[in-house]
Design a binder for this molecule. Sequence first.
Ligand code: DGJ
Length: 683
Amino acid sequence: MNRTWALQTPTTTYAVACDERGLLRSVHWGGRIDAVDDLTPGQLWDLSTNDLYADIAEEEFPLHGGFRYKEVGLRAVLADGTRELRPVVAGDTWHERGHLTIRCIDEDAGLTIDLYYRIVGDLDLIERWVVVSNTSQDRILLERIASAQFHIPFDDLRFSNVSGLWAAEFQPFTQPTGPAKLRLDSRKGVSDHRHNPSFILAGPDTTETAGPVWFGALAHPGNFFLTVEQSQYGGTSVTIGIGEDDCAVTLEPGGSFTTPPVVAGYTRQGYGRMSTTAHAYGRRLMRPGPRPVLYNSWEAAGFDVTDDGQRELATRARAIGAELFVVDDGWFGRRGQEADGLGDWWVSPEKFPRGLAPLVAHVNRLGMAFGIWVEPEMVSPNSDLYAAHPDWVHRDARHDPETSRDQLVLDLSRPDVRDHIFSVLDGLLSENAIAYLKWDANRPMAQVGPDRAVWWEHTAGLVAVVRRLREAHPEVLIEACASGGGRVDLGTLGLFDDFWPSDNTDALDRLTIQRGYSMLHPTKAMRAWITDSPNFLTQRDIPLRFRAHVAMMGSLGVGADLSSMTETELAELGVYIDQYKTWRPVIQEGALHRLDNPSPNAYQLYQFSVPERSLVFVFLPASRIGRRGTRVRLRGLEPDSRYRFTANWVEHDRSGAWLMEHGFDVWLQGDYASDVIVVDRIS
Ligand code: DGJ
């Protein structure tokens, strides 16, 4: 078989071909080429007795075996211990709308590998995943099973991702690729605070608005691995999939395994276009509709939640305009502090002697929806649940289970554990008018015992439980939180409705966190709270206006202690919330542009846009170079339309072309200065 498969999107072509040796080769991933006949695999030959064809070829999904020393997509162990695979391309199926499956079969091993491709044409994206089926009479062990390998025909690329830790997530970084391989992974059972399961590879001169970018993200809320390998023979490959470290999946005879999908795209319009495309895709995965302005009790009350205290906070939250009141940790079991009570999801009789109902009624009467915090994957050793089911946690036979934050992780690969979690949460939601669940997870998995499939099965179990709960309570919004931003990825985007990027609510730190978050994740999927000053974590003092403007660049929430704020501060807070409500469709559904700052003063400029309106957020954390202003040039407007806006107290009426090519000046003064400029289309 010698043929080419081409996946066409409006501006890109992704082409794969079977070469004369029968290898499935990546031929093109880049700008669109209509002459499909031109898309043939390049000529290759052994370069030396050590540099052989199979290692040089840009294979679409290389399997372990033969002269392959490069990264592979699949490593399997057959019943006799053999690991050599020799699949051949056996056929293809074109589905509706240009979707494709290419089938490869290793008859001798009894393995079928189906490579799936789905076009998200209007967004210039493709989705890829793999199904491996065991057609033999014996068990087959999958030691590595990636979702895809991609090839980029350049060296010297720039790799971007985020790095971080608790309370410092989503710190964006870019580094050159080179002869040393890059590897990112998560081994904690969540996608993790450290990195994101995604890749961004760009040309050396790529900017926000110009230059090539190849990018992709894995839809999996658990362990992952990602390698970026610059080949000795030219070109760069990316291999991405579920975590392989300490993981192996057994395929029974007749069984099959489907990897999570990875979505990938190419643009030559820089990082900005990458982000707007990824955001549009992400929003599509999410439940439609606006996200409410919420109040959350965590920073104000800690574990000290009581009926009276929460009522008072709720009354104040309503007065400033909150639409949803969320009681955070501390309301259940014997949860006096972080050491106790997880797993006992009954209402604490000491803190809520009359149960939750009167508080929920109070909140509802005020006109707000009611939400509550849970951490369903966890159990405290000091709990009724643990006393009844000590065997339900991940543990190894030789050691006592080790705690972190005094808690243990329930084994969600067990159906009985999943059933228990479902029935407890189902009961909680059925018995109370709860409109919102904040689903937390505050420690990593560890000591998982002898079954190496458990890393995958635990995550699959989590997905199954959340889906089941959503089906039973489709009206309830569920927020994903994992000690802040420990589990934010495309897998959670389709599963949850709201996302907590970090416990760090310091507005200055948040500017960096939110920028990193914005590379691939939509604004609507980013909760941002206005909290107290000085910040509980950083002890930094920041004016309310700056704190509010930073938080308004996400799904707005308030986490401040409203009982200790003055009437003036509360009134000011109310003004921001009112403004946010009118701007919400632009912020939550619009396109985000990270604008250039041409000033030597360290301005940060962000534009949110729908066709009729743009909002330009201007921040100057510290004025360092005298009083220098900056020039704001917008993006994505209609060149011939007219727009009205007020900058520096003067109203202007200008064309889209003027706003994009010339721009207007803004001056801010002092430290922690900020402004929002509203640009309305008038014709
Ligand atoms: C970690 C979360 O990130 C916080 O927002 C808060 O919910 C605490 N857990 C509660 O224990």
